[in-house]
Design a binder for this molecule. Structure first.
Ligand SMILES: NC(=O)c1ccc[n+]([C@@H]2O[C@H](COP(=O)([O-])OP(=O)(O)OC[C@H]3O[C@@H](n4cnc5c(N)ncnc54)[C@H](O)[C@@H]3O)[C@@H](O)[C@H]2O)c1
Length: 369
């Protein structure tokens, strides 16, 4: 089979994971070129991953062999680079967030449609083994009718590990743009579209300190809210409460739990592709009332692993899905309408926090795609 030829634009931190995983886990794909606004960054990845070419984004997009361009630039540049990719006639895979405004998101999708090109967008972690297993457990009724979700992305920020953390604290940054996509794409692929959002926001610290070795001790200003508490009503009536924070040193809040009429499902970290879901059934709680013992011995109910676990932190499934969808003439699972709906939920959380108003969502999403 002829390999699908990929070009990667943006050779920063996450390109290490994409280039590693496409190489080791996607025999049907080949990365022909890497490009960056900084030539030395592209050259570094060319050498580290044995890629045929390091070049400028313009040179990469002028290569007729490249079918899919993967956009791994910082969020504030996504729309600009996405448009360049589509204008050059390439299919697009974009890292999250898809866009910083709904106008940009819609215009990018319209451009792709006009050009007959296909868009895929991260997060793709809902295609991984843990979230696939969770969806199957829910669809099979293992927790009965789902009622509520509690999700918490409680972190102290990225400056302990990311060498350039400033982008996470200016326009296009913040914990919702950075992490919301993982939680919201898991949410809507499990339960269908969201309907409305209300949120409050806060900024715990006016400045942040960098803790990575090269710039240890440097301080920079925080320009955006770094904590959001949101309430979301799903179209199926479920109620979701969600916290996204860069201001928390330590938390014992559940990362992602689903509460149903017959039990509780503890969903593994939606930023990861592996992990074991934990299921707790109502008969465990009721056992004592019937004079018996918890049939699972106080532990979670055993669940099968329904999909191959290729590693807990990987970044390749979305690109693989997009390439397969183009070959097969189908809509990718990581499709533009999912990206648009997830983008609207994220933007609505931040807009509601800014205005104090509940936001009724305009977009929807069909998880059957
Ligand atoms: N770092 C992570 O762990 C992580 C994880 C998942 C997703 N992401 C997403 O991946 C994207 C990139 O994140 P990162 O952490 O790798 O960022 P980064 O800052 O480490 O790297 C971004 C790279 O893009 C380059 N760049 C900037 N403007 C460009 C342009 N116009 N054309 C070409 N290259 C340009 C920069 O020179 C830099 O090398 C973001 O959207 C982020 O949300 C990052």
């Amino acid at each position: 089979m002829k390999k699908t030829v990929i070009g990667v634009i943006g050779c920063g931190v996450i390109s290490n994971t994409y280039l590693r995983d496409i190489k080791r886990l996607c025999p049907e794909l080949t990365v022909k070129a890497v490009a960056d606004a900084l030539p030395e960054a592209a050259m570094r990845q060319k050498e580290a991953f044995d890629i045929p070419a390091a070049c400028s984004p313009q040179e990469l997009l002028a290569d007729p062999e490249i079918e899919i361009a993967v956009n791994l630039t910082p969020p504030a540049l996504h729309t600009k680079v996405n448009r360049q990719i589509l204008e050059a006639g390439k299919h697009l895979f974009c890292e999250k967030p898809f866009a910083l405004t709904m106008e940009d998101a819609r215009a990018t999708i319209a451009l792709a449609e006009e050009k007959g090109l296909v868009i895929g967008c991260a997060p793709d972690s809902f295609l991984g083994s843990s979230l696939t297993t969770c969806k199957k457990l829910i669809d099979d009724g293992r927790i009965g009718r789902p009622l509520y979700v509690c999700m918490n992305m409680m972190s102290s920020g990225v400056e302990t590990w990311h060498p350039k953390p400033e982008n996470f604290y200016r326009e296009g940054g913040g914990p919702v743009y950075d992490m919301g996509g993982y939680y919201f794409s898991a949410l809507v692929t499990m339960f269908g579209p969201a309907e409305s959002v209300f949120a409050l926001g806060g900024k715990g610290f006016e400045e942040r300190t960098i803790y990575t070795p090269e710039r240890f001790g440097s301080v920079f200003p925080v320009e955006v809210p770094t904590h959001y508490s949101a309430l979301i009503r799903m179209a199926n009536g479920m109620i979701v409460n969600a916290n996204f924070s860069f201001d928390i040193w330590k938390s014992n809040m559940p990362m992602f739990e689903v509460y149903g009429t017959e039990g509780t499902l503890e969903v593994p970290d939606p930023n990861m592709h592996g992990g074991t879901p934990k299921l707790y059934r109502k008969e465990q709680t009721l056992a004592a009332a019937y004079g018996g013992e918890d049939p699972a011995g106080g532990e979670s109910w055993p669940v099968p692993e329904l999909a191959q676990n290729v590693g807990t932190y990987v970044r390749f499934l979305g690109v693989k899905d997009l390439a397969a969808a183009i070959r097969e003439g189908r809509t990718p699972r990581v499709n533009a309408h999912l990206a648009l709906h997830v983008t609207e939920i994220m933007i609505s959380v931040m807009e509601s926090a800014r205005t104090g108003q509940k936001v009724i969502l305009e977009t929807s999403y069909d998880p059957g795609i």
